[in-house]
Design a protein. Structure first.
Lengths: 521, 273
């Protein structure tokens, strides 16, 4: 069903079907449905977070399951401004975007508010706080690529605040935003700060990110990469998975929430323990995935692949290795292979059948088609060998139902570092020179040009320059652009990047199959 | 890069050394594609012979862009990766060497074997996976049931508790232990806890490798310390009492003989109840 519910003007009708259908594999769920233009969740608005809602996106609809059931958002810390700039967590983690934030939504918000929405706060919603905030150009990275400014101390500090002696020096080669050379905000300021620009990650399907990995021992306590210890979770005393953030700087949902309130929401005081607990509880039970495709139709139901839709994520076992003949990362797509033609098939039915078969072919390509993965720092050199011949699914995207690297480990796929990164004159470019006695980045050496040193901004290690944690592959249709720096505007550009980076040689038909496959996740 | 490899692809030029012959040399690894559904394998050339570079699991696979230190002895048996099999270790050297760039395309002759869930793990894990494969072919929903069960926990040690030792060997100039060795370390930590060890001694070493041409390679001065401290930190994190853990390292490098010198790059752990 579909209703034109106007966000913020009234409570949506709540469907309890999600609770009823938990554990019923393949059930088609009813849900509230929102037009894309109606779907903005304003910080502090009085609304109801429904148990189950669908939101239109470019390819169809994304469904968000709020597994613990509906609640009034007023006063809930995820939906309430906790700082001084008017933002709430939901500002950058919109249900309509699979709990992430698409650049389409950002642009629409700019047009609707004339750039006055707290989303565009100077602190990180502009290219640099020192720029004239009323001008569109001052927010170009957010409006064009969906990128927020992440500002980090340089040299890095440990979680306890102790200074870390980095293994490298860093110089600004290109500074289109002006922020890294800004006298108040840059590397030479009183509080030396480095600014990089990154996409927000979706706050959904969190159990898969938080659980320590199964199936890749001894990763329950060690990094697979170098067999050093995983960091401790300060709340439980156990080890932390490190999957939460692209650079691993915050280990738990509570730490991340505290950090986000301080930096993104500009909170003046500490977030209370009660608020942190409510944030954690909410975030741990939200699931999001594409549920409907404009051509392919309903993605869940008796005749659909079992891994599609958010209910599969809610039911699924977290942190499992999927690169094996049984667990094909996102499950079997056999239901969409060789679909029999119906008698007197309508054009729509024919198109749907063709699309579904294309998705199934795309799944096979993702799961099975091997290529040479070469010269990926912190990947080929973590014992795997260079080259390492694997498919997308059996290589870097091996977590069952989610598609992160389970190991866990950081890697430089070429998103940030030259010469592999897409041309990005809009981003800062840094020259990293590593100490002679430091272990070099395995394939780039000790002089590296990078748009974002990524993990190395946390560890200070030369070998970590440009390395980031792979992220989940769900709700992609709802939250373009892709990659941590927004380099791929759409799924085709994402596929093209990998095809170029690893010289895979996908055919046009294979690329389209992959795009269709990724679009239904 | 798939390079022109006419010279490399030519047959083995030298006479194959007899089984047991020690070899120790530094060379570029050559990667060989073994088929569309299988991994690449590696070999290296030395004195006109090709030697297969096969390490134990997770000890570190050779990398193009880096030379390898090969230390081992010739094994009886068929060729591996189209090269002479050796028992030993191949260590990836940290510095970049752009000349190490050759990949031999699949020639239809040297074929790899597909790995997977059906030929790893315990018999119980494999039996479970095989049964799940049969059932998921009928019911696709089962494709989301984890096929790889967690390994069963190691049995709790029981008295009498005697002294136990573990030796962990490392690649050249590296403090990265292999996954299997780290699992042994985990078990030893459990043993030390249950046995209420009075002493846990951790000693790190570095070593000299003597090559077949008579030259020597000496590991960096800090590596023995790095190895020892890393192992001690892991033991401590796994619950071993830091008050009884004694960490030391050998400042000098163990002299090489050219015979399995890789065994001297190590950490020794000794648990005394």
């Amino acid at each position: 069903m579909k209703r034109g519910f106007k966000g913020g003007r009234g409570a949506p009708h709540i469907i309890a079907a999600a609770a009823l259908c938990i554990g019923v594999a393949g059930a088609v769920l009813s849900a509230d449905t929102y037009d894309a233009a109606d779907s903005w969740w304003q910080a502090g608005a009085k609304r109801v977070m429904p148990a189950n809602a669908e939101y239109e996106d470019g390819l169809g609809r994304v469904r968000v399951v709020n597994a613990d059931g509906p609640f009034e958002t007023q006063g809930h810390p995820f939906f309430t401004p906790l700082g001084t700039n008017g933002r709430a967590c939901v500002t950058c983690h919109q249900p309509a975007n699979g709990m992430g934030l698409s650049v389409e939504t950002i642009r629409r918000r700019w047009e609707e508010t004339g750039g006055k929405d707290p989303l565009f706060a100077a602190v990180d919603g502009s290219n640099c706080p020192s720029l004239p905030q009323a001008e569109r150009a001052s927010h170009s990275l957010l409006l064009d690529r969906g990128l927020f400014r992440i500002y980090l101390p340089w040299p890095p500090r440990s979680a306890a605040g102790a200074a870390i002696q980095p293994e490298f020096t860093i110089d600004v080669v290109q500074d289109p935003t002006g922020c890294n050379t800004d006298p108040a905000y840059g590397l030479q300021s009183k509080t030396p700060t480095i600014s990089v620009f990154r996409r927000p990650r979706p706050v959904a399907n969190m159990k898969y990110l938080l659980e320590l990995p199964h199936g890749v021992p001894p990763s329950e306590f060690l990094f697979y990469n170098d067999k050093s210890l995983l960091p401790r979770n300060p709340e439980t005393g156990g080890f932390a998975s490190l999957q939460l953030m692209s650079d691993g700087r915050d280990l738990t949902l509570k730490i991340q929430a505290r950090d986000a309130a301080l930096n993104h929401l500009q909170a003046q005081g500490a977030v209370s323990d009660k608020q942190l607990s409510r944030l954690e509880s909410f975030e741990k039970q939200v699931y999001a995935a594409q549920s409907f495709d404009k051509v392919g139709g309903e993605l869940t139901g008796e005749d659909s692949p079992p891994g599609l839709g958010p209910e599969a994520l809610e039911r699924g076992a977290p942190a499992r290795l999927g690169n094996n003949p049984i667990n094909r990362i996102f499950g079997s797509f056999a239901p969409w292979q060789g679909i029999p033609e119906k008698a007197q098939e309508t054009p729509e039915q024919r198109a749907q059948r063709a699309f579904r078969e294309s998705v199934a072919r795309g799944a096979d390509i993702f799961y099975l088609k091997r290529f040479m993965i070469e010269n990926a720092g912190k990947y080929n050199d973590k014992g795997l060998g260079n080259p390492f011949k694997r498919s997308c699914g059996s290589g870097c995207h091996n977590t069952l139902l989610m598609g992160m690297d389970l190991a866990p480990g950081y890697m430089d796929l070429g998103l940030n570092n030259l010469p592999w990164a897409n041309a990005r004159p809009d981003l800062p470019l840094f020259k990293v020179v590593c100490n002679a006695d430091a272990a070099p980045q395995s394939y780039l050496g000790r002089v590296i040009y990078t748009h974002d040193p990524a993990r190395a901004l946390i560890t200070g290690k030369c070998a970590d320059v440009g390395a980031s944690m792979t992220q989940q592959s769900r709700s992609l249709a709802a939250r373009a652009p892709y990659f941590m720096n927004g380099s791929a505007a759409n799924l085709r550009e994402l596929v093209d990047f990998y095809d170029r980076r690893f010289n895979i040689g996908y055919t046009e038909a294979e690329k389209q199959d992959l795009v269709n496959f990724l679009g239904v996740l | 890069m798939i390079a022109s490899i006419i010279g490399v692809a030519a047959g083995i030029a030298g006479a194959a050394p007899p089984a047991g012959t020690h070899v120790s040399f530094v060379a570029c690894p050559v990667a060989r594609d073994t088929g569309p559904d299988t991994d690449v394998c590696f070999f290296a050339e030395h004195d006109g012979n090709r030697y297969a570079l096969a390490n134990p699991p997770d000890w570190g696979v050779p990398q193009l862009k880096h030379r390898v230190l090969v230390e081992g002895r010739v094994k009886e048996g068929p060729l591996v990766c189209g090269a002479i099999a050796i028992e030993g270790r191949a260590s990836v050297l940290a510095e970049i060497d752009e000349s190490c760039s050759v990949i031999i395309p699949f020639d239809g002759v040297v074929k790899g074997e597909s790995g997977g869930v059906f030929n790893r793990g315990t018999p119980q894990q494999r039996a479970f996976a095989e049964d799940l494969a049969r059932r998921s072919a009928v019911d696709p929903r089962l494709s989301l049931e984890p096929a790889i069960l967690d390994p069963p926990p190691s049995p709790t040690p029981t008295p009498p508790f005697g002294a136990r030792e573990l030796m962990i060997a490392y690649p050249y100039n590296s403090d990265r232990g292999s996954g299997p060795d780290m699992l042994k370390l985990k078990d030893l930590a459990g043993y030390a806890r249950v046995a209420k060890a009075r002493s846990v001694r951790v000693v790190g070493y570095r070593a000299i490798s003597r090559l077949s041409d008579g030259s020597e390679m000496t590991e960096g001065a800090g590596i023995a310390q790095a190895r020892a401290i890393k192992v001690a930190a892991i033991l401590c994190a796994l619950g071993v009492d830091a008050r009884v853990t004694h960490v030391s390292w050998n400042g000098g490098a163990i002299a090489g003989t050219g015979d399995d010198d890789w065994r001297n790059r190590k950490v020794e752990v000794e648990v005394t109840p």
